[in-house]
Design a protein around this ligand. Structure first.
Ligand code: F6P
Length: 360
């Protein structure tokens, strides 16, 4: 195996809490244990596309203060597939070779890419084409990377959604209202069901389980009959209308931007049973703020393990969390399919056991 002297690290895709903990761990392990140099690539693969490539030398003293900081101090992007990069004139251009040249011009011997399934797929394709030695770390608040029980960012996002529910309880009760909380999660309902159970929701709607407006209204009425004057509804952004339409605000945009299902539900509920209904859309607050202890822990664990994989010469793998252990898995497996909420799994069973309406 070629000797490793200098590695790169980049964050790609939407930001989330815990990314800086992972970068910090990579730097500590690489510099202190292996005596390697670490370059932080700015703005994901865009930094490698620029000339000169945008990268900063990272040392333990420079990264220490970032442990508790949200976001990613390296910057990131979830736009601009390098294989079909949108140019100012509206055309799409394959700019993958520029990234590969950028990697080699920095003298990198390996690269750690922190990303969700989309970013990991792009990085793997670049690695195959250009001989990049790649190791992946999974991050996404959506927690839909199937091979790992937990991705960096999920726990903090769930904590924020749970806290929002805690706050909504009191104002909902004070005004006898139905409160709808719309959360992120892309095509999966992990944030919604986890926060919904932890935050005491009465109704949890996730894309994996069909629902009916009639079923929601029946639940609200049952609560009223039992003396509970308010109701908390959590809905994942990808839940469709009863007729099966996606609710989004993506007209004219490059990517589908989900959002608006909460407002749709409010109108349906109010129209059907006259309940006073309000909507809270949590949006990007779920990605921001101080990382939870678990995201710092996961980021630190993954960072150290990713560097160790490079030292072992085990490339094209991603580190994952399975049964309280870090397990490395081929990237191809990690991107093969996304993990939806299991309709027969423990969380759905728990929610139903608590009398929460999840669908019919
Ligand atoms: O994938 C992470 C995520 O936060 C999704 O939950 C959400 O749908 C999307 O990114 C939002 O993306 P953007 O930051 O482009 O609005």
């Amino acid at each position: 195996m070629d000797e490793i002297k200098r590695i790169g690290i980049l964050t790609s895709g939407g930001d989330c809490a815990g990314l800086n903990a992972a970068i910090r761990a990579v730097v500590h392990r690489a510099v202190n244990t292996y005596d390697w140099e670490v370059l932080g690539i700015c703005q994901a693969t865009h930094g490698l596309m620029m000339r000169p490539p945008q990268a900063i030398n990272l040392t333990p003293d420079k990264v220490n203060t970032y442990l508790t900081a949200g976001g990613t101090f390296l910057g990131t992007t979830n736009k601009g597939d390098p294989f079909a990069f949108p140019m100012p004139d509206g055309s799409l251009r394959d700019r993958s070779q520029e990234i590969i040249e950028g990697y080699h011009s920095l003298g990198l011997d390996a690269l750690i890419g922190i990303g969700g399934d989309g970013s990991l797929a792009i990085l793997q394709r670049l690695a195959g084409q250009g001989g990049l030695k790649l190791v992946g770390i999974p991050k996404t608040i959506d927690n839909d990377v199937g091979v790992t029980e937990m991705s960096i960012g999920f726990d903090t996002a769930v904590g924020i959604a749970t806290e929002a529910l805690d706050r909504l309880h009191f104002t909902a009760a004070s005004h006898s209202r139905v409160m709808i909380l719309e959360v992120m999660g892309r095509d999966a309902g992990h944030i919604a069901i986890t926060a919904g159970i932890a935050g005491g929701a009465d109704v949890i709607l996730i894309p994996e389980i069909p629902y009916s407006i009639e079923g929601i209204c029946r639940t609200i009425k049952q609560h009223q009959e039992q003396g509970k004057n308010y109701c908390l509804v959590v809905v994942a952004e990808a839940v469709r209308t009863e007729a099966g339409a996606t609710v989004s605000s993506s007209k004219g945009l490059e990517q589908c931007r989900l959002g608006g299902i909460g407002q749709y539900l409010a109108e349906q509920i109010c129209g059907r049973i006259g309940a006073e209904t309000r909507v809270t859309v949590l949006g990007h607050t779920q990605r921001g703020g101080t990382p939870s202890y678990l995201d710092r822990l996961l980021g630190s664990t993954f960072g150290v393990a990713a560097v160790d994989l490079i030292a072992e010469g085990k490339f094209d793998h991603v580190v994952t969390w399975q049964n309280r252990r870090v397990v490395s898995v081929p990237i191809s497996e990690a991107i093969a399919g996304y993990a939806a909420v299991n309709p027969n799994g423990v969380l759905v069973k728990t929610a139903r056991g608590l009398g929460i309406y999840l669908g019919d």
